[in-house]
Design a protein around this ligand. Structure first.
Ligand SMILES: Nc1ncnc2c1ncn2[C@@H]1O[C@H](COP(=O)(O)OP(=O)(O)OP(=O)(O)O)[C@@H](O)[C@H]1O
Length: 702
């Protein structure tokens, strides 16, 4: 197979200072010029050269066009390609690989362009699959299909290094990939309880396999693997915990084992960590590799930046051997079959089979099984199976974990706003209570003054000045009461506005939890709490309205009594009483209206809850149906397997009995022939004896 030596390419991208870093007085100590990165700190300058350097003003697209496009071409030509984002925590690795909507990263740009090129090659057929794995503290997570099966890193004669058990999904467009990548990236974020340390220690590896063949041609096709990695922070190796940073340390160890002149020719410790094993082809193996060093310019990160640059200077010396990967699945399968048959014969013939041969045969059978899955039809079949499984895993496991996680963390922003609103409400409530006390005592005083005035007018000892002063005092008090009541009303309105805001926030929080409700149990709990909360709020609202009406009624009554006492409006006591009754009924009406409104709201809430429960159960039913379908399918598969085994056994028995029959019949012929032969010999013997004049014994004469 044609192969060429390929020196690992290294480019550096220095990100700008973030606004937070600028606000806290951070300074830039990294500069780029020509093909050099210079780090200048405390009067000491260090310089490192690269195959390309990109300053803070350069976009991801610029880096992509300058450094990555040649590799996409290599992948389309049938070579393995790796792009590794390398650097200290916060250097901008995720930004360069994933990017943002405004500045898409290498992964979205490369995968979209891959399909553009595929469309241009109408004379060829392509099969593209993707996988996404996260390796964190030596644990691997299938990001596209979060299952719990164990996964193993293996080396295959056809596939090279691969992760056995990792889902591979067939994609047909750039948008298909974008959707899966986005979902995998989200699954990463949701799976982490502490995003910061998670990002620093986790390695995310996105793998795109491209296979191609000419249409209507029997020519062997081409195959390539594009490995895109956002590696863990390279400074993380300083931690004392041997497990925590095994990944980061593993990668640094292979870089220095391969590229540090002093360690040349030594053992390459690929097997020391899962990440280094997965990157075995990328660093020192069959892959055209580009390392993008993501650098933070911040003075505080100076030491980490230097560590990263030091390892880059080792990585520059790494030489890979890139081969053209022919898609010779059928040849590989028939070769393996022949090897297996040879070994089987050898083992069968040996009195004491060698253990090595047995192990070799077992490994070959396993490899054959994997190779058989590499046909396009089989890949489509497997992908459909993963797709089914994925739906269930995301619905059941992934979302439930996400729910638990976000329930624990809560919607922090909404919660903080709720707390502030509660504080505001408490302050307003205190003010309101105080003002109410003032209003109450003024009201009592007014009542007292009015009844004193009534007694005074009834006593008949009316003096004009006294009457005037009493009426003036009552009026003044009334005015003050009016003012205070007005103040109370304003407070009430403010309280109402706060309550409305709280209600809005609660709705926001509800929308948030609605999105995360995943399990029936959890859902019921959340809804019960919401219902109780709503009932409590409504009860409080009705009580407040009752109190408000009572207050308004009291002051209206006072007003009516005053007008009646002054004889200004009501000529009779009955008239005033009637008016009071009307006011009381109005107050009752407003309370009843509010009660009705709250009941209406509760009704609407219950109706929407019912609707949600219905939808939820419908979806659950669909998932269950899917599960049942899968169970049925797996039972059918088992049944078919058993049937095939029985058929095989039957055929074997039949074959054995036919062989036995053939053997027996041939043995029969042999015996008959032998018999004839013996008879013939006896006859000859008889003749000889007779000729010699002998007499045959009685038994032989017949
Ligand atoms: N080119 C850029 N332009 C603007 N901001 C950037 C750029 N690159 C990185 N940043 C910002 O710098 C910060 C760190 O970047 P990022 O999260 O990509 O670093 P990282 O190396 O992936 O960190 P970690 O190891 O924690 O995952 C982020 O706030 C990111 O938005």
């Amino acid at each position: 197979m044609p192969s060429e030596s390929f020196g690992v390419k290294l480019v550096a991208k220095c990100r700008p200072l973030t606004s937070d870093e600028e606000d806290t007085g951070g300074n830039s100590v990294v500069s780029v010029s020509g093909d050099k990165v210079k780090v200048n700190c405390a009067g000491k300058e260090s310089s490192f050269s690269f195959d390309g350097v990109f300053g803070p003003e350069k976009s991801n697209r610029h880096v992509y066009e300058q450094a990555v496009t040649p590799l996409l071409q290599k992948a389309l030509d049938g070579n393995n390609v790796s792009i590794l984002a390398f650097g200290a925590t916060g250097g901008g690795k995720s930004h360069i690989m994933t990017g943002s909507e405004a500045d898409p990263g290498v992964i979205p740009l490369m995968t979209q362009n891959l399909f553009r090129h595929i469309q241009e090659r109408s004379n060829k057929e392509f099969m593209v699959t993707v996988s996404h794995v996260e390796i964190l503290d030596e644990n691997m997570t299938d990001l596209l299909n979060p299952h719990t099966r164990s996964m193993k890193i293996r080396q295959h004669p056809h596939k090279g290094i691969f992760i056995d058990g990792l889902s591979e999904l067939v994609v047909h467009t750039g948008d298909d990939i974008a959707l899966l990548y986005d979902q995998g990236t989200r699954a990463r974020k949701l799976g982490s309880s502490d995003i910061k340390t998670h990002a620093a220690r986790a390695n995310a590896i996105f793998i795109v396999c491209v296979e191609q063949k000419e249409r209507q041609s029997s020519k062997v096709g081409l195959r390539s693997t594009i490995l895109l990695a956002d590696l863990a922070g390279c400074e993380a190796q300083s931690s004392a915990d041997p497990n925590i940073n095994a990944g980061a340390r593993g990668v640094l160890n292979i870089i220095s084992a391969l590229g540090d002149g002093k360690r040349k020719g030594g053992h390459i410790p690929y097997r020391d960590s899962k990440v280094s094993r997965v990157l075995q082809d990328s660093l020192g193996g069959n892959s055209a590799t580009l390392i993008i060093a993501a650098l933070s310019p911040l003075d505080k990160s100076y030491q980490d930046t230097l560590t990263c640059l030091q390892y880059c200077s080792f990585a520059k010396n790494i030489k890979n051997t890139v081969q053209l990967n022919l898609d010779d699945t059928q040849d590989v399968i028939s070769e393996m079959r022949q090897d297996i048959a040879r070994l089987r014969d050898k083992i069968a013939a040996a009195a004491q089979p060698e253990r090595d041969d047995v192990a070799k045969m077992e490994a070959l059978i396993q490899d054959l099984e994997i190779a058989k899955k590499q046909t396009w039809a089989e890949k489509e079949k497997q992908s459909a199976k993963f797709e089914d499984e994925r739906k269930i895993n995301l619905a059941n496991k992934g979302i439930l974990e996400w729910v638990m996680d976000s329930m624990k963390k809560g919607n922090r922003e909404v919660q903080e706003q709720m707390m502030l609103l509660q504080k505001e409400k408490d302050q307003l409530t205190d003010k309101y209570k105080e003002k109410r006390k003032v209003v109450e005592s003024m009201k009592e005083e007014l009542q007292k003054k009015i009844s004193e005035y009534a007694k005074f007018t009834e006593s008949g000892k009316k003096s004009e000045s006294e009457t005037k002063s009493r009426v003036t005092a009552i009026h003044e008090l009334k005015e003050r009461l009016k003012k205070e009541t007005e103040g109370l009303k304003q407070l009430k309105e403010q309280l109402f506005a706060v309550q409305q805001k709280q209600q809005q926030r609660r709705e926001d929080a509800r929308a948030h939890t609605n999105a995360v409700k995943g399990s029936a149990e959890l859902r019921q709990k959340v809804e019960k709490e919401e219902r109780l909360q709503m009932e409590l709020e409504h009860k409080a609202m009705v009580e407040e309205e009752l109190e408000k009406s009572r207050l308004e009624l009291d002051s209206e009554k006072t007003e009516i009594q005053l007008q009646a006492a002054e004889g200004r409006k009501y000529s009779t006591k009955e008239g005033a009483d009637l008016q009071i009754q009307v006011a009381e009924m109005k107050a009752d009406k407003s309370v009843v209206t509010l009660k009705l409104q709250t009941l209406e709201k509760e009704k609407q809430h219950l109706a929407s809850e019912l609707e949600e429960v219905y939808t939820f159960h419908k979806e659950e039913l669909e998932v269950q149906q899917l599960q049942h379908y899968q169970t049925f399918r797996s039972y059918r598969e088992i049944f078919e397997e058993q049937k095939a085994a029985i058929d095989q056994r039957y055929r074997q028995l039949l074959e054995d009995s036919i062989q036995d029959a053939v053997y027996l019949s041939s043995r029969n012929n042999d015996l008959t022939e032998e018999n004839q032969h013996l008879k013939h010999q006896i006859a000859q013997l008889k003749d000889v004896i007779t000729k010699l004049g002998g007499k045959l014994p009685e038994t032989m004469s017949s």
